[in-house]
Design a protein around this ligand. Structure first.
Ligand SMILES: Cc1cc2nc3c(=O)[nH]c(=O)nc-3n(C[C@H](O)[C@H](O)[C@H](O)COP(=O)(O)O)c2cc1C
Length: 277
């Protein structure tokens, strides 16, 4: 949102007509023209959702016309936890309390050996001072990427509360004990699914997938112990940088970044810097 608005403000789209359908000037609509109706206020973030006035005749919903003015209180250096894990723990709890759907859903970006990136959603299943853990198929595309290049990034996109957390770090496999302990907590159907799916490979049809699952369900009926597949397990993302982003008014967002000081180990060894929004 911020990016599209900034781009719009700095490089006016020449394809846009000078006025929108309601006769307002496209240039003025980036601000708040006098007399324009205020948008609705979101009590969770105190953000104001401005009414979308699209000036582009298009059969699609125009994302450039969507604007949210963030009003939420700021993020200050003095209020920050000394290390990003404790800061993350606070924000994660607040995200959960806010009622966000799946606050543990995070975007994982990986890059292959040639640097070609891909991103997808995974679920955070644990975190502590060692890092953030998710589970997946080691033979999947992300697994192969990480084998070749363990540098990854995570994004928690908590849009509903005008926050995001970005982690940059290195992914390492969790121990088999940790994987087995987590696998035992999964519902029986998900355990079978981990065996049935050759994640990221082409599958001939939905029927083929269902057939593999049914075969496994016959072999391991409900109640029977299902071992964790050897090609399935956890990754721990060991953070090197963690940025906390808080949406503020006039796009002057707060960005506070923790960077691990060389030497590692000591949880207090983090440098904190403010970044320009
Ligand atoms: C909300 C949500 C949560 C997901 N959680 C996981 C997860 O924890 N682990 C996983 O392997 N895939 C998860 N997926 C599926 C992945 O996004 C992705 O499709 C899959 O891991 C294959 O990715 P890859 O081919 O890039 O390796 C999730 C998808 C969504 C939308």
């Amino acid at each position: 949102m911020a990016v599209s608005q900034a781009a719009h403000a700095e490089r006016p789209d020449r394809r846009r007509p000078a006025t929108d359908s309601a006769g307002r000037s496209a240039g003025r609509s980036a601000g708040r023209p006098a007399g324009r109706a205020a948008g609705h206020r979101d009590p969770a973030t105190e953000a104001v959702h401005e009414p979308a006035h699209s000036s582009v005749p298009s059969p699609f919903l125009d994302p450039a016309a969507m604007r949210v003015r963030y009003r939420r209180e700021g993020l200050h250096e003095q209020g920050l936890a000394p290390d990003p894990v404790r800061q993350f723990a606070r924000w994660f709890a607040e995200a959960a309390e806010s009622g966000i759907h799946e606050p543990n859903a995070m975007i994982l970006a990986t890059a292959d050996a040639s640097g070609r990136p891909t991103a997808r959603t995974v679920l955070l299943k644990g975190f502590d001072e060692r890092g953030l853990v998710f589970f997946t198929n080691y033979r999947s595309r992300k697994g192969r990427d990480i084998d070749a290049n363990p540098a990854v990034s995570l994004v928690f996109p908590w849009h509903a509360i005008a926050r995001q957390v970005i982690v940059q770090g290195r992914a390492e496999r969790t121990g088999r004990d940790e994987t087995a302990a987590y696998f035992r907590t999964r519902p029986h159907g998900s355990q079978l699914g981990a065996w049935a799916s050759e994640q990221s490979e082409v599958v001939a049809s939905r029927e083929e997938l269902d057939r593999m699952y049914a075969e496994l369900a016959r072999r391991y009926p409900e109640g029977e112990d299902v071992p964790a597949p050897p090609h399935w397990g956890g990754y721990r993302v060991v953070p090197e940088e963690v940025e906390f982003w808080q949406g503020r008014e006039n796009r002057l967002h707060d960005r506070l970044r923790y960077t691990r000081r060389p030497g590692g180990g000591d949880p207090t060894a983090w440098r904190i810097e403010r970044l320009s929004p």
